[in-house]
Design a protein around this ligand. Structure first.
Ligand code: ADP
Ligand code: MG
Length: 337
């Protein structure tokens, strides 16, 4: 099912102060796709999910499923599933009984208990109680149980954040493939940038209740429209410049830019898009070996630049170098923030 959110707003009053938890938030989630909402703690992610699920009422805005508004439908009738950070399995039921329970009110279930257990790779664990499962297995079980209920949209609130890194990686690949097999329409919220980039069909960067930018992970990484998005998704050099068509003048010379512009602009350049050359313009102040690459800090007057190269570049701190861009600099759309 396609989910549409239009201009959603929600404020809370807390100790006489207004908190705008969700502000002018619009979003479309295509049927069968996974949207990841990435943002720092407190930016309104859980509030947004609660509004979609109907656990909270928006101040304004609409939410629709396949073009039908659901704002007046009570939460239990919306057909929206919710999976939380902490496992929500029933402590006194085996895994297969929990899944059977979720299937029990379906007259024609899409998948059987056996199929669901198999797709989730949990057949061998079917007779276990939650306390006999690891944290990752419990989360996988909770997701399977939610899928058994065939939600129109499944919402997941930081479902992997309590798990340690290697387990999280494996689990998120499994969940991704489970969603593909079942063509689940889902929204997952997280503050983990790596998770957002690795999993999303559509990635949305959220900050202070607003959606800053939405698109594929690659398009957001390569072409952020503002410095906050650039910074959430990786390291970024932000450089002031004077644009003139397809070039911009910077303190270290003209650079090609990704779209025509005129006048004062800010440019975003990923550290790995610079090359180091023998030269004079920049002084190397720091070199850090990081395994997969080497991180360099360079200065030229007031300007500090971060460069990532492979580790075969043979320069040392104290030496002078020039830099060259391997792809045009990205012109940010706003002038501040
Ligand atoms: P996130 O899930 O991204 O960490 P939340 O949606 O939980 O963010 O919270 C967004 C903002 O709204 C925070 O400033 C939080 O303190 C505030 N907030 C959330 N729920 C309530 C509530 N019921 N009453 C008052 N303030 C709330
Ligand atoms: Mg939250």
């Amino acid at each position: 099912m396609q989910l549409d959110i239009k201009d959603l707003n929600k404020s809370f009053w807390s100790h006489g102060q207004r908190v705008d938890a969700v502000r002018h938030f619009s979003l479309r989630v295509a049927s069968g796709s996974l949207t990841i909402i990435l943002g720092p703690s407190g930016c309104g992610k859980s509030t947004l999910l609660r509004l979609i699920a109907g656990l909270d009422t928006p101040d304004s805005g609409t939410i629709s499923l396949d073009d039908r508004p659901i704002d007046r439908i009570p939460p239990e009738k919306r057909g929206i599933g919710l999976v939380f950070q902490e496992d929500s399995l029933f402590p006194n039921m085996t895994l297969e009984d929990q899944i059977r329970w979720a299937l029990s009110n379906k007259t024609k279930p899409r998948f059987s208990v056996e199929q669901l257990l198999d797709m989730g790779g949990m057949t061998a664990l079917r007779r276990r109680y939650p306390h006999q499962l690891s944290g990752g297995e419990r989360q996988r079980g909770a997701i399977l149980r939610s899928l058994a209920a065939e939600p129109k949209v499944l919402l997941l609130d930081e479902p992997f954040s309590r798990l340690d890194a290697p387990l999280r990686d494996a689990l998120r690949r499994e969940v991704r493939s489970l969603f593909r097999t079942t063509q689940t329409t889902a929204i997952l919220v997280t503050h983990d940038q790596e998770e957002g980039m690795a999993l999303a069909d559509q990635l949305v960067v959220m900050e202070s209740g607003r959606s800053l930018q939405a698109g594929t992970p690659q398009s957001l990484y390569a072409f952020p429209t503002n410095a906050l998005v650039a910074g959430f998704l990786g390291r970024a050099n932000i450089i002031v410049a004077q644009a003139e068509g397809l070039f911009a003048q910077t303190v270290f010379g003209p650079l090609p830019i990704h779209r025509p512009a005129q006048g004062p602009v800010r440019l975003m350049i990923r550290p790995e898009h610079f090359e180091l050359l023998k030269g004079e313009q920049f002084l190397i102040t720091d070199k850090e070996f990081r395994g997969h690459d080497v991180s360099w800090r360079l200065i030229s007057g007031e300007l500090e630049v971060l460069v990532h190269t492979d580790w075969e570049q043979d320069f040392r701190p104290g030496q002078r170098v020039d830099i060259r861009l391997r792809r045009p600099a990205v012109v940010l759309e706003e002038s501040s923030g």
